[in-house]
Design a binder for this molecule. Structure first.
Ligand code: RNT
Ligand code: ZN
Length: 416
């Protein structure tokens, strides 16, 4: 008997597309899942609210993870509902201290992440890492661009400590670690000097990179931003700053699609970046009117980002991570929805006859191109997705949510 997948496979074959190749490519692409959706970015290294530094988690849906064990259990539950093999993205604020131990961010060590190594190793996950240059008394004003050299020193030391921890993750888990630097530094109102803070930021970064690290183990990226809440007039780490810095120092640029003016799209930026950088990193998110970090939907821009990655043949040189933190809905569901949507976008891109479409563009046949692009939207990619879930041993669309609800009832609802 022919299954629905068999029909879809034949349908795609008639369009010149091999669904088996797409399934293999999708299975091979890991996405770095951000731990911070599970607890609204609170972390475990203090009780500083994250709100500040221009970012904000809004909502108070019950069930946020309060301890490392709870966060790990929630990540497990989410990963059990997401097809494929992925990575875990941790922030420095998720350090796990022994009872009574307090260690400031400039002094954290690999041993504070040993439980995460154990967790990741047992599940075959690679880990990515981030210095946490916000939600801290010393991050009230600027951090790596601060006018006070003592404050800058603190955050430089924090980033160097994070490089050591990233090396540790990479070595222990046998998988290179992406360490992404993002700082909130900026100003609410019109600056009198835009140059000096940027010059200090560049100097601080140079000092961090000069610490000496194993470049085969740690890839360092720099994430730009356009503005943050309370920092509306000036962002030290702007797009131009970060791209130019990354290019000149040979590190990885990271683009978060919530970090641009609302009509600017990362999908359009990708081919230019691929032309000039060997590797690029992404934070895929969804900004609604501002960098609101809503859960990734299967929307036009997410799909277009995936199309550019695939048609530029850049799957291997794009380090793909998600970055959102919605506290108003079930947090496990948020992860599952966002991860599955990113994968669906990739699958749609992998099931697209890019060469044929490009030939229509090159021949100047805009009518045929528009027709083909629109007709492809009703191709049976959903059956291929269902097959991917089936082969990966995870529930299909329409089925996984029951599992989340059961988990909410048994576990999440009991957290206060
Ligand atoms: C903030 C940046 C940054 C953070 C995470 C938690 O605007 O997007 O990537 O969201 O590091
Ligand atoms: Zn980001």
């Amino acid at each position: 008997m022919n299954t629905r997948y068999d029909y879809a496979r034949a349908d795609y074959a008639s369009r010149g597309i091999d669904t088996e190749a797409a399934l293999a490519a999708l299975a091979a692409k890991s996405i770095s899942m951000h731990c911070w959706q599970g607890d609204d970015l609170r972390g475990f290294d203090g009780d500083d609210e994250i709100n500040g530094g221009g970012i904000q988690a809004t909502g108070n849906y019950p069930g946020a993870a309060r301890t490392p064990a709870e966060l790990m259990a929630d990540i497990d539950r989410a990963l059990s509902l997401i097809p494929g093999k992925h990575r875990l993205n941790l922030h420095a604020s998720y350090a796990i201290f022994a009872d009574g131990e307090t260690v400031d961010r400039d002094k954290i060590e690999p041993r504070h992440f040993a439980p995460w190594v154990e967790y990741a190793r047992a599940r075959g996950l690679g880990v990515d890492f981030n210095p946490t240059c916000f939600a801290h008394p010393k991050a009230a004003g600027m951090t790596l661009a601060h006018p006070d050299p003592a404050i800058r020193r603190f955050w430089i030391d924090h980033c160097i400590a994070c490089i050591r921890i990233s090396e540790y993750f990479a070595r222990e888990l046998g998988s290179p670690c992406l360490m992404n630097i993002w700082i909130p530094d900026g100003l609410k109102d019109t600056p009198a000097d835009r140059y000096a803070p940027r010059a200090r930021f560049a100097e601080s970064l140079d000092e961090i990179l000069a610490c000496g690290y194993d470049k085969s183990l740690v890839h360092i990226s720099l994430e730009s931003k356009v503005f943050g809440i309370g920092l509306e007039s000036y962002t030290v780490g702007s797009s131009e700053f970060c791209m130019a810095y990354a290019a000149s120092r040979g590190i990885v640029p990271l683009m978060d699609n919530g970090h641009y003016h609302p009509t600017e799209v990362v999908s359009d930026k990708l081919p230019s970046m691929y032309l000039f950088y060997p590797t690029i990193a992404l934070h895929v998110t969804r900004g609604v009117r501002w960098d609101s970090d809503h859960v990734v939907r299967l929307d036009d821009e997410t799909t277009e980002i995936a199309r550019e990655i695939v048609r530029c043949n850049a799957l291997d040189r794009t380090l793909l991570g998600l970055d959102f933190f919605d506290a108003s809905i079930n947090r496990v569901a948020a992860w599952v929805i966002g991860m599955r949507n990113m994968q669906k976008a990739l699958l749609i891109a992998m099931l697209t006859p890019h060469k044929e479409l490009a030939a229509l563009q090159e021949s100047g046949d805009g009518t045929a191109l528009l027709a083909a692009q629109e007709d492809l939207k009703s191709a049976p990619w959903g059956e291929v997705w269902a097959e991917f879930c089936r082969r990966s041993g995870v529930p299909a669309d329409g089925e996984w949510m029951a599992d989340v609800l059961a988990y909410e009832k048994e576990i999440l609802a009991k957290r206060s």
